[in-house]
Design a protein around this ligand. Structure first.
Ligand SMILES: Cc1cc2nc3c(=O)[nH]c(=O)nc-3n(C[C@H](O)[C@H](O)[C@H](O)COP(=O)(O)OP(=O)(O)OC[C@H]3O[C@@H](n4cnc5c(N)ncnc54)[C@H](O)[C@@H]3O)c2cc1C
Length: 395
C-alpha cells in the first residue's frame, strides 16, 4: 500500500476509467475494510509466511469476524453479501497474497458452497454456522493423483456397507486438508459421482501436506489417502448427483478468481509504479523513460479491462444470469493477463524484484497455481472453443 501523498495520488490516477464510479457506497466501504485488514494483518507478515511456507491459522477467526467466510451464502450464520461484494473482498485479499484468497475460496466457495447447495438441513445446521465463524475449517477433495483436468476418471470409490459407506482411494492438491475438521470428498459410487462429508479424524483418513512448492507457499495443499474409511449413511450430500455437484462449486470459486487475479496484478503494478518513480538510473527516475512508461501503461490497460470484466460478471451473477462459459472468459483472461502484469512489474524492479522485499514475483509464482486450479488455461480455452464452434475438443 502507498503511504505518502504523491504515491497515493499516482495510484488514484491509475483508475483512468473511473471504475470506482461503478461501485456503490457500501461496496467501496467493504473494499476499504478488507484493504485495511490486508494492510494491517497480511502485508507486514506475508514475506515471512511465504518464505517459511506457513499458513497463518491465527487469522482464520479474524476473517470469520470480518464476514469473509461463506460471504455470498444466505442463512445458517453466513453473511449473505452480494457476488460483487464477495469479488471485491477476493480482489483485496489477493492483493495481499493469493494464498490467503485461496483460503477464503476453499472454505467459502468450495467446502461451504457444497454443503449449502447440496447438503441436508441437518448437515447445513451442523457445519455452516461454525464454518462462517472460522471455528470449523473445511476442504474440498476432487483432484486425484491420476485425475486432474478430467475428474470423470476419478478412482476414489465409496461402496455401500450395510446402511453406511466405505471409502477407498486418494486425492491430491487438497487445500487446507491437514488443518480441516471436515472434508467434502467426491467419490465414484455404483450410482455415479457423489459427495461425502468426512470428519478428518475418521480412522483411515490421512492428510499429508505437499512440500517443496514454488508457488502458494503461504497456504496448505495435501495428499489425501482413504484406507477403508467407514462413513454413516448420512455422510452423503443428498442433493449432489454426478459431476454437476462439484462443478457447481468450482464455478463459485472460478468467479472469485476473476476478481482475485486482478488484485495480485494491481498490487504488482502499484509496486512497479512506486519503484519507477523513485529509482534513478542514468540520472533520471525509471518512470521518465518511454520503455518504462509503456510497460506501466500496458499493465494499467489490462488491469482496467480485467477489473471491468470482474464487475460485469459480478453484476450478472447478482442478477442470476451469469453462465459458466462467461466465467471461463473471466478466469482465463484475468489469470493470463495478471501473470504477465506481475512478470512485467518484476522487470521494472530489476534485481530487487527477485527478492521477497517486493511482491510481483511472489504474485507471479502464486498465479501459476491460480491459472492451474479451477480449470487450467487449456481447459477454459477448450470450454470456450466448444462454445463458439459447437465442437467439443476435450478428447
Ligand atoms: C495450489 C493448488 C491448489 C489446489 N487446490 C485444490 C483443491 O483444494 N481441491 C482439489 O480438488 N484440487 C485442487 N487443486 C488441483 C487442481 O485443480 C489441478 O491441479 C488441476 O485441475 C489440473 O490437474 P492436474 O494438475 O492433474 O493436471 P493435468 O490434468 O494432468 O494437466 C496437465 C497439463 O495438461 C493440460 N491438459 C489436460 N487435458 C488437456 C486436453 N484435453 N487438451 C489440452 N491440454 C490438456 C492441462 O491444461 C495442463 O497444462 C489444486 C492445485 C494447486 C496447484
Amino acid at each position: 500500500m502507498t503511504t505518502n501523498t504523491s504515491q497515493a495520488a499516482t495510484v488514484q490516477r491509475s483508475d483512468v476509467l473511473n471504475l470506482d464510479a461503478l461501485l456503490s457506497a457500501e461496496e467501496l466501504e467493504l473494499r476499504a475494510t478488507v484493504r485495511r485488514f490486508v494492510d494491517e494483518r497480511i502485508r507486514p507478515n506475508i514475506a515471512a509466511w511465504y518464505e517459511d511456507a506457513v499458513f497463518p491459522t491465527e487469522i482464520v477467526a479474524e476473517m470469520g469476524a470480518l464476514g469473509l467466510l461463506g460471504m455470498h451464502l444466505d442463512g445458517y450464520g453466513c453473511p449473505g453479501r452480494s457476488a460483487v461484494e464477495y469479488g471485491i473482498a477476493a480482489m483485496e485479499l489477493e492483493a495481499g497474497d493469493s494464498g490467503l484468497r485461496t483460503f477464503v475460496s476453499v472454505q467459502g466457495s468450495l467446502a461451504m458452497s457444497a454443503i449449502h447447495k447440496w447438503g441436508s438441513e441437518e448437515q447445513k445446521n451442523q457445519y455452516l454456522p461454525g464454518m462462517a465463524k472460522g471455528e470449523i475449517i473445511g476442504c474440498f477433495g476432487l483432484t486425484e493423483p491420476t485425475a486432474g483436468s478430467d475428474p470423470s476418471s476419478m478412482a476414489t470409490f465409496a461402496r455401500r456397507d450395510g446402511d453406511g459407506w466405505v471409502l477407498t482411494g486418494a486425492k491430491r492438491w487438497i487445500g487446507l486438508a491437514s488443518i480441516a475438521q471436515i472434508a467434502v470428498i467426491w467419490a465414484m459410487t455404483d450410482d455415479g459421482v457423489r459427495g461425502f462429508l468426512v470428519p478428518t479424524d475418521t480412522p483411515g483418513f490421512t492428510a499429508t501436506p505437499i512440500q517443496g512448492k514454488l508457488s502458494m507457499r503461504a497456504s496448505i495443499q495435501c495428499d489425501l489417502s482413504f484406507e477403508d474409511v467407514r462413513l454413516p449413511a448420512d455422510a452423503m450430500l443428498p442433493g449432489a448427483k454426478g459431476l454437476r455437484g462439484p462443478f457447481s462449486c468450482l464455478n463459485e470459486a472460478r468467479y472469485g478468481i476473476i476478481w482475485g487475479a486482478m488484485g495480485a496484478a494491481r498490487d504488482s503494478y502499484e509496486a512497479a509504479l512506486a519503484y519507477s518513480l523513485e529509482r534513478l538510473q542514468f540520472d533520471k527516475p525509471l518512470a521518465a523513460y518511454q520503455i518504462t512508461q509503456q510497460k506501466l501503461v500496458n499493465m494499467l490497460l489490462e488491469i482496467q479491462k480485467g477489473t471491468l470484466l470482474a464487475i460485469h460478471t459480478g453484476r450478472m451473477k447478482d442478477a442470476g444470469t451469469l453462465e459458466p462459459v462467461q466465467i471461463s472468459v473471466g478466469k482465463l483472461n484475468n489469470c493470463r493477463e495478471a501473470i504477465q502484469i506481475c512478470r512485467d512489474a518484476r522487470a521494472v524492479l530489476g534485481g530487487n524484484g527477485i527478492t521477497l522485499d517486493y511482491s510481483p514475483l511472489r504474485h507471479a509464482n502464486n498465479l501459476e497455481s491460480v491459472r492451474t486450479y479451477e480449470g487450467t488455461d487449456e481447459v477454459h480455452t477448450l470450454i470456450l472453443g466448444s462454445h463458439i464452434t459447437g465442437i467439443p475438443a476435450f478428447r
